[in-house]
Design a protein around this ligand. Structure first.
Ligand code: GLN
Length: 483
């Protein structure tokens, strides 16, 4: 039962082959048995899940239908869930029970999803390896000595290990796409503004975007359908109609213009990944796509710009965690300043503190123009590169990551080495564009992802290309041994 995709589950439920309650029990038992190896959950919500499953079964018995009605999922632990711990992977919020549901959580619950739990993540979504979590590292089911990617490593490891069919995640600089690549999943970061950020604990507000992590493009379409849409509670939410994503899956790729940026194939890229990317290009060519070399000349400036803008926004967003209003408070403060200092010093981990300091520095008087303003100008250049490229092509294709998943601990003492791994993903966040990662082969038994980028609001196009690719390849069907 645990091998089923969301699409298969929907069919099985509709045909009364099993109930949501039965499926939920099977998956909860599987999580109890296998998650100790992976550490992909921070909280399990068995009671909530069984209640939601029974309610979904009752709705079906009353004649309701829907692809998500009775579908078991989990939420990354930065989506607020009413009455349930929402930790953001941090000691700071270890005792925080959200007083409301995030819009994404509420929308999915209304569509009938069953929440099995809250998944592990890098602290405040800062990281590319899921090693900065207060709750410990997550292991990659493809090789338990390797990282699953981050920051949505818990969602990715759980879905890859068949503990559940799909999960929500968020992507500020690659945190959906990069763990998807590292664990052989399909993950979609929507256009900025497509999915409401209300109730998503903020890391860098101008970059953060929620999206689906699943095993197939079709399942990403199903989950995105339940997540996307205008939300008056989020001032950056965009009031555009949500298309039927599943309906777009079957379009032909005949004549589709795919751009491959020459800058992507620099010395930093593992040649074995380059080869897998070229194979995926050949496959898409067979399906009728036309391949064109393009250029994104400002790509090299994206990492330094991102690692100024994201920490700057984080330093501002995280100022609310002061020991007074939310979460952790130090013992016996001597005075107000001591309360602030020790609550923050004890409640935040090392990487979060590093970023708050970098961000506060970049925003300080005298340095603002040199760092923050400069980074914003680069951001515009990165966007302009994409706009020029999309005049020539419909889709941009390349690797999702320069390397496969590294060993646990390999980069923990060198934060910059970890930042450099984000080179292919962060540009989409800087420009606000949608991006998808899909499985495209293996290197030393570890999965490789190919990234597709599209113009604003063309999530349907990305899902279409990935679905057609998946109809003609079987990488996405491979299962990690032991799971
Ligand atoms: N690795 C990037 C960072 O640490 C992206 C994280 C994310 O997308 N949340 O900022």
């Amino acid at each position: 039962m645990h091998h089923m995709t969301l699409a298969e589950i929907a069919r099985g439920l509709a045909d009364k082959k099993f109930s949501s309650e039965e499926l939920t029990k099977v998956l909860l038992a599987r999580i109890a048995q296998l998650d100790p190896q992976l550490n992909s959950f921070i909280s399990l919500t068995e009671e909530l899940a069984l209640g939601q499953a029974k309610a979904a079964d009752a709705r079906r018995a009353n004649g309701e239908s829907g692809a998500l009605l009775g579908a078991p999922i989990a939420h990354k632990d930065l989506f607020c869930t009413l009455g349930i711990r929402t930790s953001c992977g941090s000691k700071m919020l270890d005792n925080f029970k959200a007083p409301y549901d995030a819009t994404v959580v509420a929308k999915l619950a209304a569509a009938g999803t069953v929440t099995l739990g809250k998944t592990n993540m890098d602290e405040f979504a800062m990281g590319s390896a899921n090693e900065s979590s207060y709750y410990g590292s997550v292991k990659n089911p493809w090789n338990l000595e390797h990282v699953p990617g981050g920051s949505s490593g818990g969602s990715a490891a759980a879905v890859a290990a068949r503990l559940l069919p799909a999960a929500t995640a968020t992507d500020t600089g690659g945190s959906i796409r990069q763990p998807a690549a590292f664990t052989n999943l399909t993950g979609l970061k929507p256009t900025y503004g497509r999915v409401s950020r209300w109730g998503m604990i903020a890391y860098a507000s101008s970059l953060d975007q929620g999206g689906p992590l699943a095993r197939t493009a079709e399942d990403c379409a199903i989950l995105l359908q339940g997540m996307a849409g205008f939300d008056p509670n989020d001032s950056t939410s965009i009031d555009e109609p949500v298309p039927d994503y599943r309906a777009s899956l079957n379009g032909s790729l005949q004549g589709l213009r795919i751009g491959v940026p020459k800058e992507y194939f620099s010395a930093g890229l593992d040649p074995r990944i380059a080869e897998r990317v070229h194979n995926s290009v050949k496959e898409l060519e067979k399906l009728g796509a036309i391949i064109k070399e393009i250029s994104l000349p400002n790509m090299q400036h994206a990492i330094p710009a991102y690692y100024v803008i994201a920490p700057a926004e984080a330093s501002s967003n995280l100022s609310r965690f002061d020991g007074v209003r939310f979460g952790y408070r130090c013992e016996n403060p001597e005075n107000l300043i001591d309360l602030y200092k020790r609550s923050r010093g004890e409640g935040f981990g090392a990487e979060v503190q590093r970023r708050i300091m970098v961000g506060a520095y970049a925003l300080s008087a005298g340095y603002y123009d040199a760092y923050y303003l400069k980074a914003q100008k680069i951001r515009r250049l990165v966007k302009n590169d994409f706009m020029a490229a999309f005049n020539e092509v419909d889709i941009i294709l390349g690797p999702t990551t320069p390397n496969p998943a590294w060993k646990l601990g390999a980069k923990t003492s060198d934060p910059v080495a970890e930042y450099l791994e984000d080179v292919y993903t962060i540009t989409a966040n800087l420009a606000g564009l949608p991006g998808l990662s899909m499985p495209a082969g293996f290197v030393d038994g570890l999965p490789v992802g190919v990234q597709l980028l599209a113009p604003y609001f063309q999530e349907g196009r990305l899902l279409n290309v990935a679905h057609q690719y998946q109809l003609n390849t079987d990488w996405h069907t491979r299962t990690p041994t032991g799971f």
